[in-house]
Design a protein. Structure first.
Length: 324
């Protein structure tokens, strides 16, 4: 009760002093900061408490690693406050301060670029691609105020097995750099055209729908399209995703005659031109030969697709049109 009355008297006195503009930081009681984000390498008393005057610059402990955090529990904080003569008491047994070190993650693509350039000096094939075996464990975080550069050290390349191992460090050349061991493989690569965005049946592939990517040479099998001209003007047989190799059986010429659609059957010879109405028994693209049924004679004949809704038969198909 006595402590509570004293606290109220202190607050009242500070409020009165504030009204007359005489409050100084030293007159305010120390206050715990519940959360702190640091950029430096040390935790200072002033990072944890406010209103502690000249003691604020006193170093207390090493900061956590970049991107990491530590929780300072009540008992530890009380011990530190007592040790450094800070007049602070926790408001509850659960009062604490979370200290985090700001950091930035090194992009894996930056690491791959530096590795590729270093391996090029070791004689890997031109245009080869690399694959880092321990990629999932390669998580490098450096201080937020550091230059996120990467250097490759102790590189070893075995051209017979197409394997490599090295040490990467960041920031490059810094005495406090983070170092990681990496290992992986080198693969001969090929450049192939792929879809820049998902496309499906009925959509005609244009040059603007294509992008080029580097893939392992072993991926480019006989049925994988490696020439953009084999894609342009075609349409997918079904939904295709972006960025994936496209196989020859996954595309077709655009369908201009749909199954069960009405078509005009035309027969041309040197002496005459006959036409009849028919119905397509299957899908067809320009130049395809499909089965078409004459709606009058009910006879079916093979016909060549000439364009949308139009097919032609050879003179041998004259009997198909005779009942028109």
């Amino acid at each position: 009760m006595i402590r509570r009355l004293c606290l109220r008297a202190t607050i009242a006195g500070l409020a009165l002093a504030a009204a007359f503009g005489t409050v100084r930081a030293a007159d305010l009681p120390p206050q715990l900061k519940p959360s702190v984000v640091l950029t430096g390498e040390a935790i200072h008393l002033g990072d944890i408490w406010e209103n502690i005057g000249d003691k604020a610059g006193t170093p207390l402990a090493n900061a956590p690693a970049p991107g990491k955090r530590v929780t300072l529990e009540t008992r530890w904080l009380m011990a530190v406050a007592q040790s450094y003569g800070i007049d602070w008491r926790p408001a509850s047994p659960f009062e604490r301060s979370v200290v985090e070190r700001a950091g930035q993650t090194i992009d894996i693509r930056t690491i791959e670029t530096e590795l590729r350039e270093a391996l090029a000096m070791e004689g890997i094939p031109a245009g080869a691609s690399i694959e880092i075996s321990n990629r999932q464990q390669l998580h490098i975080v450096v201080p937020a105020n550091a230059n996120p550069t990467v250097a490759v050290k102790d590189l070893s390349y075995d051209p017979r097995m197409n394997r490599f191992q090295a040490v990467v460090e960041s920031p490059a050349g810094s005495p406090n750099s983070v170092r990681f061991k990496v290992n992986g493989n080198v693969f001969a690569s090929a450049r192939i055209p792929v879809l820049a965005h998902p496309m499906g049946r009925g959509e005609v592939i244009r040059e603007a729908d294509i992008q080029w990517v580097d893939v392992r040479e072993e991926v480019v099998r006989r049925d994988v399209i490696a020439n953009a001209r084999m894609l342009i003007g075609q349409e997918p047989r079904y939904q295709l995703r972006a960025g994936a190799p496209v196989r020859t059986n996954e595309v077709q010429k655009p369908v201009v005659v749909g199954k069960n659609s009405s078509v005009t059957i035309v027969l041309r010879s040197k002496f005459m031109t006959l036409s009849a109405q028919g119905r397509a028994a299957e899908d067809g693209s320009v130049g395809d030969v499909i089965r078409v049924t004459n709606v009058q004679s009910k006879q079916t004949v093979d016909a060549r697709v000439e364009g949308p809704g139009q097919v032609s038969v050879m003179p041998g198909g004259l009997r198909t049109l005779a009942h028109n």
